[in-house]
Design a protein around this ligand. Structure first.
Ligand SMILES: [Zn+2]
Length: 824
């Protein structure tokens, strides 16, 4: 009875599923029932072999699964006080993600080490938004908050509410998070520095992610972190959406592939040292594979791959074979028996169904390859042999892509409500780049430990396959079929059919048939030729993409000024005719600005000639904090006000980043001129030298640096966030110097700026407004839009929210505009 273990394992998983999704309170009677069943099964198995012991054991497995699911149901979330101000000591329990200078993290309320009582029950999990305490900012490099830190927070606590379609509250509850805290104050209590393996682990994980961030340009760095380490904080939403629309989401989740790569590499190295199938080689490989699984945060797909890898290694040790399907089911049963709630997670489900697709594919590949290459194998020429090999690679790639996609399709459709029709072609195109992308990301992450230049060199190479993946995701037409007919019954039927098919193709008879097909000797290149065969397409893609990137990024004798599309905030990037780069402000968060900026820089370039902060609001310097940890700045320009405004929330972090990374800084004021190569000058118009700017004491917006950029006869006025008072002051002091061809409208088009007198003095031919889509401030204000449109015409007013990144190009005489968003 060969398939019996498979059935028992499947019954266990099914039992967990039933326990999770059915509301039948069997738990009290269950242990007794189980015991009886087990006793019966044993009795039957030993004494009366002729009786149907099988069904009994299957029932026992099912019940065991059911009992596990019931027993592991977590208790209800604790009751927390909401609405009022609370104070509590918390310990950070995941890697904090930063945005706009604030950090978002999961935390657990702990008994206050200072003896002060907490207003929230100890042990409660919260999602916290907080600024880092000054102590940490003074002691550390970014990130200023880390896993394991203990803080005392005070602020308001909210029960999460559903946001739009996405049931945020339910998601948080599934993460066991009882509430969301907006911390008004954060005080450092202790760091996780005392030896704790998990703290060390998070440290290494963060450092590896950092190595990827240093070496690989955004947004591909976010993709590499997600694929390799399961860290998704730097993966832009737009990219996640294009992966979903192209039907490639499963590629983000199934990547047990890297576990395979890690295992193969260690096994090869260890075998070379001590010999094949030596227990030492196998033990070392096991150790490395599990260390890696732990390092990647025990992501379900990685754990699945690690268990299957261990079974494979154990097989080498015992000299005994195990069917792919059995290994897969064993991994699933082990995982859900330990942690039943895993079964409800999308990445667990995707990982296992995709792997079932691979199990399905293997015999198909063998059969198809034999059939397709039969005519070729008659001739013994080298050309025939190579084409036979190439054909088998192509067949394998197409079949694996197709079966994994078809297997995961209903799950994707179920979770997202739509079926991505381009899924199969997209996966067929993307799959070949996956191994190179993973290997490259791995090498870059490790190089980040050694030396940044090495990480940059490797990251530039690793960028190419990653860019191929993003290119496929972005270019595939998003053909989505809504699936209202996809009921739970259809879903179960689909998955049942899949399981049946997998069982069928891995049955003994089928395997024998395939083995017979294979009996004809098949040629495989080994060593260098094999490496070349695998490497050539990847290298070709890499060269093609790098050439494309280089041709887009080199200095072309023109001035380019980009108003970057970074959401609600400001980030303006300029490249001068001889290739100098200047970034003025960095938007609210590092991920958005780097995603917009990195494709505009030459590959491997990690420096900016000039970085300027107009003022210290988070929508201007939140992103610069990240930029200045990854890029070298030739000089950082800031106003006296920004350098000294210690009441600004981000001032401590801003100063720490400048000091820790030793960026040269310069304080600028009205009257300063900065030469940026030939014929390009940056002139500072505001704030005035005597610091007398009207209103600047009560309003940091009015203290923004205002600059004009001139190239030949063309000019740009960059105004930061100044409002009416500063505009009036500028009209009085700068007068004619305000006249410019292009106006970056101040303060995101808010009603308090772009006053009629100021606008008339600037008298621009074109205007750009940087504001986020559907931002909560209602920027830009209709009055401002009307004023701008009546002066320059509606066609010459550009909005980042509508037009995407806005690019002005000047040859010193003529000015062109390009937009990088959807056509108007
Ligand atoms: Zn602003």
């Amino acid at each position: 009875m060969r398939p019996f273990p498979d059935l028992a394992l499947a019954a266990l998983v099914a039992g967990v599923g039933l326990g999770l999704w059915l509301d039948v309170p069997l738990s009290s009677a269950l242990p007794l029932l189980l015991l009886t069943l087990a006793a019966m099964a044993v009795a039957v198995a030993f004494r009366l072999c002729r009786l149907p012991a099988g069904p009994m054991l299957l029932a026992a497995a099912l019940l065991f699964g059911f009992w596990r699911a019931e027993a592991a149901q977590p208790p209800a979330l604790p009751v927390i006080p909401t609405g009022a101000e609370v104070s509590a000591a918390v310990r950070i329990t995941d890697a904090p993600a930063s945005s706009g200078g604030r950090y978002r993290f999961r935390a657990q309320v702990v008994a206050g080490p200072d003896g002060r009582p907490a207003d929230v029950p100890t042990g409660t999990n919260l999602l916290v938004y907080a600024l880092p305490p000054d102590d940490f900012v003074a002691q550390r490099n970014r990130p200023f908050l880390r896993y394991g830190d203990t803080l005392r927070l005070s602020g308001s606590l909210e029960r999460p509410q559903p946001i739009g379609d996405f049931d945020y509250a339910a998601w948080l509850e599934s993460q066991r998070i009882a509430g969301v805290m907006w911390a008004r104050e954060a005080e450092a209590v202790s760091t996780g520095r005392s030896f704790k393996p998990t703290v060390a682990l998070h440290r290494v994980r963060t450092e590896l992610a950092d190595g990827i961030g240093k070496g690989i340009p955004a947004p591909q760095s976010g993709l590499a972190q997600a694929l390799l380490l399961g860290i998704r904080t730097e993966l832009p939403h737009e990219l996640k959406d294009s992966f979903r629309n192209a039907g490639m989401s499963h590629l983000l989740a199934i990547s047990g592939l890297h576990v395979g790569i890690v295992m193969a590499l260690t096994l090869a190295a260890a075998s070379a040292a001590v010999g094949r199938n030596h227990p030492f080689a196998i033990a070392v490989s096991l150790l490395v594979v599990w260390a890696y699984a732990v390092l990647s945060g025990l992501d379900p797909p990685v754990v699945r791959a690690a268990i299957m890898g261990s079974l494979f290694l154990g097989q080498g040790l015992l000299g005994r074979g195990m069917r792919g399907l059995t290994a897969l089911l064993l991994a699933a049963a082990l995982m859900v028996a330990i942690e039943p709630s895993l079964l409800s997670g999308l990445s667990f489900q995707l990982s296992f169904t995709a792997m079932a697709g691979v199990v399905l594919a293997l015999p198909l590949i063998a059969a198809l390859t034999t059939a397709a290459s039969a005519p070729l194998s008659a001739s013994g020429s080298w050309l025939a042999r190579w084409s036979q090999y190439a054909l088998s690679l192509l067949i394998a790639s197409v079949v694996v892509s197709t079966t994994t996609t078809l297997a995961t399709l209903p799950l994707v459709a179920w979770h997202f409500g739509e079926i991505p029709l381009m899924s199969v072609p997209a996966t067929v195109l993307a799959m070949p780049a996956m191994p190179a992308a993973l290997l490259g990301a791995m090498a870059t992450a490790l190089a980040g430990f050694l030396a940044t230049p090495l990480a940059v060199a490797l990251g530039t190479l690793a960028w190419a396959p990653l860019a191929w993946l993003t290119w496929v995701a972005d270019t595939m037409p998003p053909l989505l079929l809504s699936a209202p007919w996809l009921t739970p019954e259809v879903m179960v039927a689909w998955l049942g059919a899949l399981a049946l098919l997998a069982a069928l193709v891995s049955s003994r008879r089928m395997r024998r048939a395939v083995a017979r097909l294979r009996r004809r000797p098949r040629w495989r290149p080994g060593g260098l030729p094999a490496l070349l065969a695998g490497g050539i397409p990847v290298v070709a893609i890499a060269i093609l993409l790098l050439v494309g990137q280089l041709s887009g990024a080199r200095a072309d004798g023109l001035l380019h000024v980009y108003v970057l599309d970074i959401g609600q905030g400001d980030a303006i990037f300029a490249v001068t005719p001889d290739g100098r780069q200047m970034l003025i402000d960095g938007g609210p968060d590092a991920q958005s600005v780097m995603t917009a900026l990195d494709p505009l820089l030459p590959p491997g370039d990690r420096s900016l000639d000039v970085v300027a902060a107009t003022h210290l609001d988070s929508d201007h310097v939140g992103g610069l904090l990240g930029v200045l940890t990854r890029y070298r700045a030739g000089v950082v320009l800031q106003s006296q006000h920004a350098a000294e405004s210690e009441d600004a929330t981000l001032h401590p972090q801003w100063r720490a980043v400048l000091e820790n990374h030793e960026h040269p800084t310069a304080v600028v004021r009205a009257g300063h001129n900065i030469a940026l190569g030939r014929n390009v000058t940056l002139e500072v118009l505001h704030p005035p030298a005597d610091g007398s700017s009207a209103g600047s004491r009560r309003n940091s917006n009015d203290a923004s640096t205002v600059m004009r950029l001139d190239y030949g006869e063309t000019s740009f006025l960059l105004t930061g966030d100044i409002e009416a008072d500063a505009e009036r002051h500028l009209v009085a002091t700068a007068g004619e110097k305000l006249q410019a061809d292009v106006l970056k409208a101040s303060h995101h088009g808010s009603r308090t700026s772009t006053t009629p007198v100021f606008l008339a003095t600037v008298n621009p031919r074109s205007a750009a407004v940087s504001a986020g889509r559907d931002n909560r401030f209602g920027h830009p204000h209709p009055d401002v839009m009307e004023r701008l449109e009546s002066l320059v015409g509606a066609r010459q007013v550009f909005l980042t929210a509508r037009d995407g990144t806005i690019e002005y190009v000047s040859d010193g005489k003529t000015l062109w505009v390009k937009t990088h968003g959807p056509p108007r």
